[in-house]
Write a new protein. Structure first.
Length: 164
């Protein structure tokens, strides 16, 4: 917030307008970055040598970034934690086209929309079910520790969820 207020370029704007401009620019950059990640997902699949490896790798990358975010949150390096959250968002947008491709390879074309819709609904229900558990962890152990626990849990479940 202090950065926004002190930017000389925006001195003619009121404080709330400067904040709005910076938030707009920030979201613009985030969406450019995530769009780029989505576009380059096929390159990531090629570098990992298979669609299955790409799915597994992005899951583990997300878990590791979540743990790192928790560590930096816990040690009061919030700026680094914010950038790691942004990286997590980029990984999610890298992963999404890979998952759509993986699912579409396994579902018949005539039920593709239903299959992708079911996957989306399952993800939503899973997040709704996990939210109270994560909230409990945050209340009990703090945000940083909850993120670390969630990341470690992801790594633990990755062995059972690994796509072979």
């Amino acid at each position: 917030k202090a950065l926004v207020i002190s930017l000389p370029v925006m001195l003619s704007l009121e404080q709330s307008q400067r904040i709005a401009v910076l938030v707009g620019i920030t979201y613009f950059l985030i969406y450019l970055l995530t769009s780029y990640a989505s576009r380059k997902s096929s390159l990531f699949v090629k570098k990992t040598a298979s669609l299955k490896r790409a799915v597994n790798a992005t899951f583990l990358m997300g878990a590791v970034v979540l743990i790192a975010t928790g560590v930096f949150t816990r040690t009061n390096f919030q700026i680094i934690a914010v950038f790691l959250f942004l990286l997590l968002y980029v990984i999610e947008n890298l992963r999404r086209p890979i998952m759509v491709s993986y699912i579409s390879d396994r579902i018949a074309n005539d039920v593709m929309a239903t299959g992708l819709s079911a996957e989306s609904q399952l993800k939503t229900v899973l997040m709704a079910a996990l939210a109270p558990a994560i909230g409990y962890l945050v209340d009990r152990f703090g945000l940083g520790n909850a993120l670390i626990i969630a990341g470690i849990t992801m790594i633990g479940t990755s062995f059972a969820l690994k796509i072979e």
